[in-house]
Each structure stands twice: as C-alpha cells, then as structure tokens.
Design a protein around this ligand. Structure first.
Ligand code: URA
Length: 351
C-alpha cells in the first residue's frame, strides 16, 4: 500500500506548497483514529475490501475476436475537426486538437447495445459520425453541417437551463440514440469551481446526473476532505452528455459533436477554477497529446472562443482510474491540495 499523502512533499505542479493535512488533535484519540482511518481510505486501503479488480482489456479482446469472426474491419476514428479552443499552459502555446484518452474507462463490453448504423456506415466504427448522416428522424446532414448547427444552437443559449434544453433538442451526437438520458450537470450553479469529467456511465445514464456511480462517490469523498461538495460549492459536468454504449471509447466525432456545448457550458458557468478529471477531459479541452499521468497536477490557462477571459484549469486523475489504481490516490490528493491552496488564496497559479 502506498504511503498516505505527506504535507512536506513538494507540490505536484511546482507551485505554492500544499496546505497541511487535516490533523486530529493529539488530545482526542478518537478523532485521531478516525483521521488515520480516513487517510488510509484515501490512500487506497479500502480497495482491498471494496472493489473487485477489473480486467479492462478483456472486453476489447473479446470485441476484436468477434469482429475478426465477422471479418468486420474497425476503422480508426478521425480527429475532431473543431480545434476552436485556445487552451494554453503558461507560457501560452497554440492548442492542437487531441484524440480522447480512454485510460480511465473500459472498452466496449459484451452485449452492450450498439449504435444503429446510419446511412453510409458500412464498416464504420459504431457511433462515429459519417461524412453524411441522418440524425434520427431528420434530414441528411454532413458532419460539417451538424457541427455548425451545434455551434449555433449552443451559442443561442444564454443560461445553463437554456443550454440544457438546447442539448435535449440536439440530434447531432449519435450517442443520444443509445443513451437513456441526457446527462448535463450536477451541483451548485453558483459554485466557483467546475469539474469536467469524461462521459456518463450506466448509473449516470439511468439517473441523468453526472458522477453518481462508484467513481462519483469516491470523488465526493475526496472533495469533502477539502471542504467541497456539490450541494454547496462544486459544479460537475462531462465532455460527453450521453453514455457511450457499454462505456466504450467515444469516437472523435462524438467528442466533436459535444464540444460546442461543452465550451458554451464553461462560458456560461464562468467558473473561477476548472478541474479536468481524467485524460479525455484534459486532452479534449486543452488540446494536449501527453498522457494524463504527465498532465496531472499541472495548471493550464483555459479559454475557448465563448469566453471573454481565461480560467485556470488543473488536470487531475479520474476517480475511476483511482479505483483501479489505488496507489495513485496519493497523487490525486496532492492535486486537490494544490487546487485548495489556489482557491483559498484566490490566486491564479498560471500567472
Ligand atoms: N465518469 C465520468 O467521467 N463522468 C461521469 O459522469 C461518471 C463517470
């Protein structure tokens, strides 16, 4: 088991020193024991009894074998063609679009409901937007038309509620066809911090709320340690608003089809701080190609064309990853402390 977080460690991003851990008073042995137990849980001790190990490659192997049996080629997803974001780490650099990172999610599982192929999708990877396609019950559209209409629809929304309604009426993302519910956001609309995760899973799809499954519960627990909760001061969403069937990796087209709404979402929310949870979120919004283990703990200045000013954005590990790699909780904990230091001081670590 890893050591619990150590408040004498240097901060992950080279910024200001992290605040001290919450220590229980030596005169209160019960509080001290409770605090020690909590630290063990954050460090991953609960994993030994709580979470079944997951072979995240098993489903991919099975899917590959099934495809081979059917002689069905899987096409590689193309990159999103909407590099409209200007997200920079200080010193600023031009952003490049990135393919989504699926390090924290499981590939397609057996028996997952597959997206019904649209016009011209023979041999196409499930869910990928073809050059010409037909939104359910709608007219034939090119991918460019779909993205243009997404941008227009998103730009017309002037409140979070209107943006949610706009998404509900939007048929440009194929994931909507297999999802049960739109998963828009949860938390305090006035919160100064906005967390952006990757994609809804089964629980989120059922309830229509982000981060309500086991990863969300871990996230809530970790946030509570630094005095944050969605009831009071955290707002949460994802870079995808519908669940990919079987939690498969979203295609670049699906990510691109949601991006105008994600950008507008952040612009309307106007958070003072962004936390990008997981590789897909970080890479989609920051246009980075490095893996999340390289990006985590670092602050970036994020701005998209919908925003008048940039916002500091911290990359951290996704809770689903932490459930599989409990030792990494230590790093995620340091990221949260880095966030809390900046938040409490009201500073922008990218300046
Ligand atoms: N993982 C995410 O990234 N988002 C959710 O809403 C749930 C799990």
């Amino acid at each position: 088991m890893s050591q619990p977080p150590n408040d004498t460690d240097p901060p992950a991003n080279g910024g200001p020193a992290a605040p001290a851990q919450p220590h229980a008073s030596a005169s209160d042995p019960r509080a001290a024991a409770r605090a020690a137990l909590d630290w063990l849980i954050v460090a991953g001790a609960d994993e030994a009894i709580g979470d079944a190990p997951v072979d995240r490659y098993a489903a991919a192997k099975a899917a590959k074998a099934a495809r081979a049996a059917r002689s069905m080629p899987a096409t590689a997803p193309s990159r999103p063609e909407t590099p409209t974001v200007s997200a920079q780490e200080t010193p600023r650099q031009p952003a490049a679009p990135a393919a989504p990172d699926r390090e924290t999610r499981q590939p397609a599982g057996h028996g997952a409901p597959e997206h019904t192929p649209q016009a011209g999708t023979a041999g196409r990877r499930s869910g990928e937007m073809p050059p010409i396609w037909r939104p359910k019950g709608g007219e034939l559209k090119t991918a460019e038309q779909t993205l243009a209409s997404a941008r227009k629809l998103a730009a017309q929304a002037t409140t979070l509620g209107a943006l949610r309604d706009a998404l509900a009426s939007y048929d440009g993302c194929a994931l909507k066809q297999t999802a049960t519910n739109l998963v828009f956001a949860d938390g305090a609309p006035e919160a100064r911090v906005m967390i952006v995760g990757e994609a809804p899973g089964a629980d989120e799809d059922r309830q229509g709320k982000p981060f309500v499954g086991v990863s969300g519960q871990l996230l809530d627990r970790m946030l509570s340690w630094i005095g944050f909760s969605r009831a009071d001061n955290v707002y949460i969403s994802n870079v995808l608003f519908w669940r990919p069937p079987g939690n498969r990796t979203p295609t670049a087209a699906e990510v691109a089809a949601c991006l105008p709404f994600v950008e507008r979402h952040i612009a309307l929310k106007q958070p003072d701080y962004l936390i990008l949870s997981g590789g897909s979120s970080a890479k989609t919004l920051l246009g980075k190609t490095e893996g999340v283990l390289k990006l985590r703990g670092r602050w970036f200045s994020y701005q998209n064309p919908e925003m008048p000013t940039p916002v500091p954005a911290l990359v951290t590990l996704h809770p689903a990853y932490l459930l599989r790699q409990p030792a990494a909780k230590r790093q995620a904990w340091r990221d949260l402390l880095s966030f809390k230091t900046a938040f409490d001081a009201g500073t922008d670590p990218t300046i």
